[in-house]
Design a protein around this ligand. Sequence first.
Ligand SMILES: [Zn+2]
Length: 308
Amino acid sequence: MQYYICVFLITLSLAFNACEKSTVAECPDACANDTLQHVKRVLLLGIDGCRPDALMKANTPNIDKLMADGKYSLNVDRGAHDTWSGAGWSTMLTGVWPDKHGVHDNLFGGKNYGEYPHFLCRVKEKSSCFKTASIVHYADLNTEIASPCNPDVIIDFDDDVQVAEAVKNYLNDCNMDVVFVNFDDVDHAGHTRGFHPDIPQYIDAIESVDGFFGPILQAVYDRELNNNEDWLIVVSTDHGGKIDGTHGFHCNDPEVTRVFSIFRTKNTNNKGGMSYDPPLVDIVPTILDHISVPVDSLWKLDGIKVAM
Ligand SMILES: [Zn+2]
């Protein structure tokens, strides 16, 4: 009898653990017959609903360093009209506008990711030896967009604290090549209190995310120093927002549609404010170029790469 109780308890505990999401890194297996160099790598950090003017007002030393070491625009076109998060993230991650990816809201009803997939699919098609991750707070980004690409690591968490902890662990402990991260607390603060530089809670949320960036970026800087790697770090957002706590539907207001992007490599040419404003669709070709995944014209991407 004791034996049966014991087996039951072990089974129960395994089942319980399987349901719990852990921030501890479970590294993907290395690839057999791997011909990739693994020098060039990518970290895409997305901050949901972050206005550029509020980002500039907030005290963000980690993001400031990225801007100084890289290049940036504070006037990026994320597209008008389809200003919901689902549409904005789809544009950023697929590299095409909503007329192609088909997502106009947060219901993902018209999604056409079969024809216009998440860029992680393109990375994996080039070589399954690229180790990819999608670690998010906004779970739909994984269930709707990333999951068909079968990233090596695909996790969502209920808060930004756990997202940050997991990302730091995966970067420190595993040999990841391409990592996408989504933080969502800034958007929540905007909806609750208002999206505006004069809203202290909105500024506080941006400063908290910058704090989360610290250990994550340090992990990348350590890897670059110790392993001779060269990381493209991109930071951007899916939309801005208005002081009334909305970012609308069919919205053309510049505080919603004009956002920011930061691009940084180990040795960025022409650092600082960019002479043009690369639209949100330019992020995917810039990422693919950094890791030498050639863009196929049949993919019908809408953007062009940012020269680094
Ligand atoms: Zn959003």
